[in-house]
Design a protein around this ligand. Structure first.
Ligand code: FAD
Length: 274
């Protein structure tokens, strides 16, 4: 069976907390290796991330990995977060630079995720398994694809154990990226990030921001479905399940699902994969 992990965002309201409890309960049946919890840019959900980690570990008995970022934070603040997560028994971190929220002046003591990986290794040794981000279709701020690949390799050399990709719908971009990383002598597992499709207009907005390309033929079909939500969901499940199957057949080491705190779209894809 293929290894899976599920990403959640930290709920802020009681209603959102109940929803995450329902979602985590349902997704647990798919026996994920671990789940992860994002952080909000600029510290807005800083306290919600640890709370959510505690809830997923304590109430749901899931291994939960916090996302951690260096954007806007001092070494001292990051050290305190690491201590807190160690105290909670976390053994895995998704380690990111993050983005500078508009209005925030200072990027923080560490500039790039590679520096954060080094800092975590210096502070905590091998306590954490460290996952970093990878961009098969290039990070939107990168100077060019070669520079981005070089920077990714820098994160692996700084001590990352594995990577999770930004979502994509073009399997060739993933395979090419993995080949390039292997050609550079780096062999850490690179797990595809999978975004199930349920709300197409929301997906288009996200994709514009993060630089993920939605193939034209998918967009055209989705636009033709208009408000027919059932058809959008059915076609979205088809497209994503076929993508996952290709990735599995091509040797992807696992699947990391961006759940958006919903169980059904992810479970629909997993059901199709058997
Ligand atoms: P980096 O690896 O530091 O790269 C950022 C940019 O800088 C790239 O363009 C890179 O090419 C360039 N770069 C790197 N090193 C150098 C160097 N030495 N010199 C010059 N340029 C360099 N965002 C959130 O706000 N919260 C989350 O929880 C979150 N979770 C995520 C989970 C995953 C799996 C992924 C893929 C993304 C996530 N993001 C999250 C988004 C992420 O924070 C942004 O994509 C951010 O812009 C880049 O983070 P990074 O860790 O990839 O940065």
């Amino acid at each position: 069976m293929i290894a899976t992990s599920f990403e959640f965002y930290p709920p802020k309201t009681d209603e959102q907390r109940k929803q995450l409890d329902r979602t985590a309960g349902r997704l647990k049946s798919a026996t994920p290796d671990y789940v992860s919890v994002t952080f909000g840019a600029g510290g807005s959900t800083l306290s919600h991330t640890p709370e959510t980690i505690e809830r997923l570990q304590g109430h749901h008995a899931l291994e939960a990995a916090p996302h951690i970022s260096c954007m806007g934070g001092s070494r001292e603040e990051i050290r305190a977060q690491l201590q807190r997560y160690m105290g909670m028994g976390a053994r895995r971190l998704v380690t990111l630079r993050g983005d500078l929220p508009s209005g925030m002046a200072s990027p923080g003591d560490l500039r790039y995720a590679s520096e954060l990986v080094e800092f975590i290794r210096d502070e905590t040794g091998d306590h954490f398994r460290i996952e970093v981000a990878a961009y098969p279709e290039m990070h939107p701020q990168a100077r060019d694809a070669h520079a981005d690949l070089k920077h990714f390799i820098g994160k692996a050399k700084a001590g990352a154990d594995g990577a999770i990709t930004q979502y994509f719908y073009n399997a060739d971009a993933y395979f090419r990226f993995v080949d390039d990383v292997r050609a550079a002598g780096v062999d850490i597992p690179i797990v595809p990030g999978i975004m199930p499709i349920s709300n197409f207009s929301q997906l288009r907005r996200f994709s514009e921001m993060c630089g993920a390309e939605i193939p034209r033929w998918v967009t055209q079909r989705m636009l033709a479905y208009g408000d027919d939500a059932a058809s959008v969901r059915a076609f979205g499940t088809d497209v994503v399940a076929q993508l996952c199957q290709r990735l599995i057949d091509g040797g992807a080491p696992g699947m990391h699902f961006y759940t958006l705190n919903l169980a059904r779209p992810t479970l629909a894809v997993l059901a199709r994969l058997g």
